[in-house]
Design a protein around this ligand. Structure first.
Ligand SMILES: [Zn+2]
Length: 95
């Protein structure tokens, strides 16, 4: 079940240290600065997304023995499931 994303406000960091800043340039764009833990989590998520694409490419282009094919399919399914769970539980809304 997806959780409601926490809200971050400029000048009011989350307890973990994630915070929202406004760029000093003329645009004044809003940017989320992640704490170390959440920054690492998003790096892991990006690596899993890349892995899922590569596994999909292997499954669509390579001719593998049945046991290896099953292993790649199982691994790809586990990676995709983990990505979906992570996407459902991560993220902030900027208020
Ligand atoms: Zn954080």
């Amino acid at each position: 079940m997806p959780m409601t994303s926490p809200q971050l406000k400029i000048g009011s960091p989350s307890p973990c240290g994630c915070r929202v800043t406004r760029e000093d340039d003329d645009n004044g764009a809003v940017r989320i600065v992640y704490c170390r833990t959440h920054g690492a989590a998003f790096d892991v998520l990006a690596a899993l997304q890349t892995s899922a694409k590569l596994l999909e490419r292997v499954l669509s282009t390579a001719t593998l023995p049945a046991t290896e094919q099953n292993g790649v399919e199982t691994t790809r399914a586990a990676v995709v499931k983990t990505i979906h769970e992570a996407v459902d539980s991560y993220g902030y809304q900027v208020a």
